[in-house]
Design a protein around this ligand. Sequence first.
Ligand code: MG
Length: 218
Amino acid sequence: MKEARVKNSDKILSIGKIVCVGKNYMDHIKEFDGEIPEKPVLFLKPPSAVIYNGGKIIHPGYANDLQYEAELILLIKASIKNALPDEAEKAIAGYGVGIDATMRDEQFNLKKRGLPWTTSKCFDTSAPISDFISSEDYHLTLEEELSLIQNGTVKQKESLKKMIFPPVSLVQYISSVMTLEKGDIIFTGTPAGVGNMYSGDKITAEITGIAKLDVTVE
Ligand code: MG
């Protein structure tokens, strides 16, 4: 069983489903097919993919390009369905930073053939997460900056303001598709600058004032 921890509290939630949002920053969309979505693009990762601060990302071996995607992540604390904006906001337990590790060549091959992305996104260690800062202690302004640093070099750096669909509207939309439950996590999408990770890399994902996550690549 994988768990999510809320900083400065004894709150530990068993992780349920992990809902990931694709194409949520314009500059990242331009890196790929350039198609702007009318609604958030959603896919899932299993809780078994989770690792924590200090953990190791392990290349799954069946394709080549293992890539990082730094993302703001949300922890859900209540069961909600068809949430109104204030219900969606109240259901967020806290904020953290995560890496949506992706086998990019595998994903491109699957997309090209019209197949689900599962094997590119759901492998073990593909969901490193930080601890969460409680939404009771911290008010998200979207002025925060998200960054990813690979071996000391900044590879991704963007303001959370650049999200096409901000956190509350994502929670609201997802809850119209599937019931969100206590312990669910939402990965809110990555900005531009995604790239390959290699064995021995030291990777840091950070959101100013919220969380920092250090992992290595085996
Ligand atoms: Mg992503």
